[in-house]
Design a protein around this ligand. Structure first.
Ligand code: PAN
Ligand code: ZN
Length: 188
């Protein structure tokens, strides 16, 4: 018999605020964790929370499905919205599905060849993220943006490529709503 890490069936509760219980592992990303990602960083507020990820503990194998929620708080850093770091999956061809639960935002997808797409991510949306597309989510609203994510268990996260190359566009807060602008720091 092969030695495959197995788990038993389980049921978790998804709270309206995005927390998953019981057993989820929560990661909080602070402004100080986002240095590589914003065009300008304010001097203060380094310990301000930008987003949280609540992940159910599932083995990181290709036969399981990772399940997590993300809660991005409303706010801006300079003229840019609160957002996730963004990543490629370490195993590039691994796909993912996002289900929007509450709030209003955008999902930025970028392929290695520079092709990019901006999709709506909000209460009721279902986003399919094919393998090979880096993804970042952005809260453009005034409430927390909450979404559920399910992805192939061994996908892993490559943050380094995004830190080095960034995304082709950025999202600027204006009085007329979000504006998509080219990202001068993009190294595609
Ligand atoms: C999501 C993300 C989550 C946080 O669960 O991991 O929204 O974004 P970063 O990982 O870019 O910080 C997902 O896409 N998992 O694969
Ligand atoms: Zn992902």
């Amino acid at each position: 018999m092969t030695d495959i890490e197995r788990i038993l069936p389980f049921t978790a509760l998804l709270h309206p605020d995005g927390r998953l219980e019981p057993g989820a592992i929560t990661t909080t990303r602070l402004l100080s964790d986002m240095r590589a990602h914003y065009a300008s960083m304010p001097a203060g507020r380094q310990d301000a929370a930008i987003y949280r990820v609540h992940a159910l503990p599932v083995p990181e194998t290709h036969s399981e499905i990772q399940c997590s929620t993300t809660v991005i708080l409303p706010g801006t850093v300079g003229e840019e919205y609160f957002m996730t770091k963004g990543h490629f999956h370490q195993v590039r061809d691994r796909a993912e599905v996002y289900v929007g639960l509450s709030g209003e935002g955008l999902l930025l997808l970028a392929a290695a060849d520079g092709n990019h797409r901006v999709e709506k991510l909000a209460a009721g949306t279902v986003n399919y993220i094919p393998g090979g597309w880096a993804h970042r989510s952005v809260n453009t609203g005034t409430e927390p943006l909450v979404f559920f994510a399910a992805y192939v268990g061994d996908a892993g996260h490559d943050y380094v490529t995004i830190e080095e190359r960034d995304f082709p566009v950025r999202f600027i807060h204006t009085s007329d709503g979000p504006r998509v602008v080219p990202n001068a720091r993009y190294r595609g």
